[in-house]
Design a protein around this ligand. Sequence first.
Ligand SMILES: Nc1nc2c([nH]c(=O)n2[C@@H]2O[C@H](COP(=O)(O)OP(=O)(O)OP(=O)(O)O)[C@@H](O)[C@H]2O)c(=O)[nH]1
Ligand SMILES: [Mg+2]
Length: 137
Amino acid sequence: MKLVLVAAVALIRDQRVLLAQRPAGKSLAGLWEFPGGKLEAGESPEQALIREMEEELGIRATPDALTPLAFASHSYPDFHLLMPLYACRKWDGTPQGREGQAIEWAGINDLDNYPMPPADLPLITPLRQELSGNFIS
Ligand SMILES: Nc1nc2c([nH]c(=O)n2[C@@H]2O[C@H](COP(=O)(O)OP(=O)(O)OP(=O)(O)O)[C@@H](O)[C@H]2O)c(=O)[nH]1
Ligand SMILES: [Mg+2]
């Protein structure tokens, strides 16, 4: 099966994460996702993500601000998705939905209200840990 590599970001501010709603007409329309996109030829995941953050949200970040958080590995009917998810707490600019997508800052207890693609479901537990400050109880 075809392997598709997508880099995605959990932008974190005030214990909230930025989610973007996939626009009508795209696959998985209406679901909430982490901003990001497919790697282009020759790009590292970090380069691809920095480009996508600019294209989709109009913000600028540097590679040192991207910390590995988790990854998704999920078989869709027509491809297998491998998607590293980075945490980012430092960027320049104010995120905007530059491709017409709705964006929202979701709190740790709100995440259930944002239906996400099936590939993203295993990412919720590590994300909650990251948002809550990684306390081990
Ligand atoms: N960005 C992103 N893509 C995800 C997530 N979860 C998930 O299954 N995907 C899948 O990853 C694939 C690539 O994402 P994408 O549509 O953002 O790619 P892209 O920005 O390069 O857009 P394009 O291909 O329309 O130009 C899609 O099939 C999408 O459904 C997620 O949380 N964030
Ligand atoms: Mg995208």
